[in-house]
Every structure is written in structure tokens, then in C-alpha cells.
Design a protein around this ligand. Sequence first.
Ligand SMILES: C[S@@+](CC[C@H](N)C(=O)[O-])C[C@H]1O[C@@H](n2cnc3c(N)ncnc32)[C@H](O)[C@@H]1O
Length: 248
Amino acid sequence: MSMADIIYEIFGPLPQGAPGNEASTLRALDAVPDRDLVCNVLDLGVGRGRTTFTLARALRDARVTAVEIHAPFVKQMAGYASEAGVANRVHIVCGDMGNIEVAEGSVDLIWAEGSIYLVGIERALAIWRPWLRPGGCIAFSDFVWWTDDPSEEASEFWATEYPDMATEVAIRAMGEAAGYRVVSSFHMSKEAHDDYYIPLEERVAELAGCVDADVQQVLENIQREIEVVRRFADDAGYTFFVLQRAES
Ligand SMILES: C[S@@+](CC[C@H](N)C(=O)[O-])C[C@H]1O[C@@H](n2cnc3c(N)ncnc32)[C@H](O)[C@@H]1O
């Protein structure tokens, strides 16, 4: 099994692929200036579309284009969109968010919950900015250092698992340097973390008997992540950012 196959085997049945919940998505959406004027939304790396459907429900006049690379998720989403009666406003694309054609200035709002790290924050902010109309926004979440003085154990773990993890201050500065105004940033709640980690921990337990050594290694890493996140909950956690395209 390739690493991608292992990841989709573990994460495939889970309701979401990153910390987050409806409350945090809506809190970030509320921070978007003139949100009622948003017509065109681009939701990137959507998994099975948790955020896509929340955004489509909240922005009743908007068209949401969701991009996801894993074809089985795209197929499931198409079914949900029809059931939810939003198929006319939710356009689902199976593709690579790092390599899509988007007309300059055509997007009001880019959403990337738990997925911006796949492109890299600095690179994503540079690539996505021309897609936004003047005053358009990017909302994204990522794992972020919450302290300048983390415990040694958490530092060691994240140095291997996510060496590029930045502080909130550094990401806000990155946004400003890339031509954005920081509208909001906030730490996501314990509930938003639990909504991801509790089902994930149950999935790890379910697969415990799996004989594939590579799968076992990945399961051990995930279990370790869950422990580190819980034990050092003040050191680092998921954080939301809302940035508005600034004009120079
Ligand atoms: C960490 S999950 C987050 C999913 C979702 N945003 C959420 O919060 O539940 C990342 C998702 O991005 C997808 N993905 C990975 N690389 C991608 C790419 N290059 N283009 C589009 N989607 C990608 C994965 O298949 C996965 O569903």
C-alpha cells in the first residue's frame, strides 16, 4: 500500500479531516467583511465537504466551488449536494488545488480549512491573491504554536511531524507581507479539536488488529499526535485566520 492509500484507508470513513466544527466555520465567516455580498466561493481541499455545505447553507445566494483530489470523496459529496438540495449552487471539482485555473479577480472568498498546509501558507497566499477581487478574503486554519516557550516533548514531536509550524504572530506577519489585511485570527475551541480527534481515536482503535506494518506505524504516529495535542493543549492548536486582500 502506498502512503496515500494508507491515509485514505484510515481517514476515509471519518466525517472530517482536520479539527473544526460548524461553530468555528461560522465564526470565521462572520468575520468576513460584507459577507452578504459574497457570491463566488472557492473551497479548497474539502474532504467530504463539511465546510462546503456549511458555507452553502449560510450564504444562500452564493455559488461554492469545492476542490478535492480524492475521487471517492468527490462522488460522496455529489450525493450529499443533491440530498441537501444545493446541487445547483455547489460545484464539485475533482482536482489538484495547487494546479487549477481560476480567472483573476473572480473570487469573493477562498476557504481552506485544514488544507492550506498542503500548499504551504506563504506559497498559497501568493498564488491565491490574484484570484480574489479587490477586498476579497481568504479564510484558513492550520496547526499553530500558541506559545514561544513550548514544552520539550511537544517541540520534539512537532519538529518531526510539522517542522514548518509557525506562530500566530508569524502567520499574521506573513499575511501582511503578502498583501493582505488581517481581519481576524482566533484559537479554535477544545470542542473543535475533539470533533476531529475523538472519531480519529476510535478509528485508530478499530484498526488496531491490522497486520500491515506500514499501517501500524501510521496508526502509532496518529495516536502519539492525539496524546501530544491533549497533554500540551496550551502549547499549540488549530487556529483560524481571515485575511482580506489589501490594495497598495
Ligand atoms: C486534512 S484534510 C481536510 C479536509 C477538510 N477541509 C476538513 O476540514 O475536513 C485535507 C484534504 O485535502 C485533500 N487534498 C490533498 N491534496 C490535495 C490537492 N493537491 N488538491 C485538492 N485536495 C487535496 C485530501 O484528499 C483531504 O481530503
